[in-house]
Ligand binder design. Structure first.
Ligand code: SF4
Length: 288
């Protein structure tokens, strides 16, 4: 059985950078200092646990928790949260991904120029909440389906922006629909990041050429779930696992080829364990 791992599988640039910044900060921290991340550093419980083992815990409540240093994860934070943190006088390590920062700046500028903002993404996702906080109050809409466009104020100038991990084709389709109905100026920001584009393209090609597709990543990871949907639409034998323990031998019966891809928050060591377990399953099946 041929097993192919997508070259872009696993940590993206922004996540790698944030995790390294957290590890570096943990090493430099004095024993008496408390270092927290604002929310789990990435959507992967195994990585969060390994940071906890090094004394880096996550907090969601900056008013109730006590910490000396706070690390902002790659998703960024709401503009007002950043202001509150600054007013507390704690040390801030800002690991916001530069692609997310760029999206925040685009929205800020568009809002200041009087544009109504439409953000295509999941309104509950921390990245979307951080980026959209740079729009002006009540002058934005977060949408994740074409039907939501009925709520767009058509008499306004509109700026359209995407969550960095959005499905490229879905975003193109939404932009097309907006341009069709808009009555005023429309500005489109291309904010899907390079890592997402590469991952989606490679996963599509891989899913088209294998008998079974395995997508590795946290069940709460938006970009992993998107990859799973993209692969499943091409290869129905697509399975999403968080670790090697969820793999089932029956998925690989009669399979001649298996593809493995992984979300932006999946560390290499989990991908390697998944690969090894599939190889072991194959060996065991041959011996029987
Ligand atoms: S997925 Fe893209 S935007 Fe998000 S952290 Fe990774 S590189 Fe940055």
């Amino acid at each position: 059985m041929k097993i192919i791992v997508a070259p872009s599988a696993g940590f993206c640039f922004g996540v790698k950078r944030a995790v390294n910044m957290a590890l570096e900060a943990a090493e430099q921290c004095k024993p008496s200092e408390i270092l927290n991340t604002l929310g789990p550093i990435i959507h992967n419980p195994q990585v969060v646990k390994s940071l906890e083992d090094k004394g880096v815990f996550s907090t969601d409540d900056i008013d109730k928790s006590r910490f000396d240093t706070i690390l902002i994860r790659s998703h960024g934070v709401k503009a007002e949260t950043m202001e509150t943190l600054k007013s507390k006088g704690v040390k801030i390590i800002d690991a916001t991904c530069p692609f997310v920062k760029k999206a925040q700046n685009y929205i800020n500028t568009a809002a200041l120029n009087g544009y109504f903002i439409i953000m295509v993404g999941d309104k509950n996702h921390p990245e979307v909440q951080s980026v959209i906080s740079f729009a002006q109050k009540d002058r934005f809409l977060v949408i994740n389906k074409v039907e939501d466009l009925k709520n767009v104020p058509l008499s306004e100038k509109i700026a359209v922006i995407s969550q960095t991990t959005q499905d490229v084709n879905f975003y193109k389709n939404i932009v097309y629909e907006i341009k069709k109905i808009a009555k005023e100026d429309v500005v489109i920001f291309e904010t899907i990041c390079d890592a997402t584009i590469d991952k989606q393209e490679e996963s599509k090609v891989l899913a088209s050429n294998v008998d079974v597709m395995i997508v590795v990543g946290g069940y709460n990871s938006a970009n992993t779930n998107k990859l799973q949907n993209i692969c499943k639409a091409i290869q129905p034998n697509t399975y999403h696992v968080e670790t090697e323990n969820e793999l089932k031998a029956e998925w690989f019966v009669n399979a001649k080829s298996v593809g493995i891809t992984a979300g932006a928050s999946t560390p290499d060591w989990i991908i390697e364990k998944v690969l090894k377990k599939i190889q072991d399953m194959e060996e065991n099946a041959v011996k029987r």
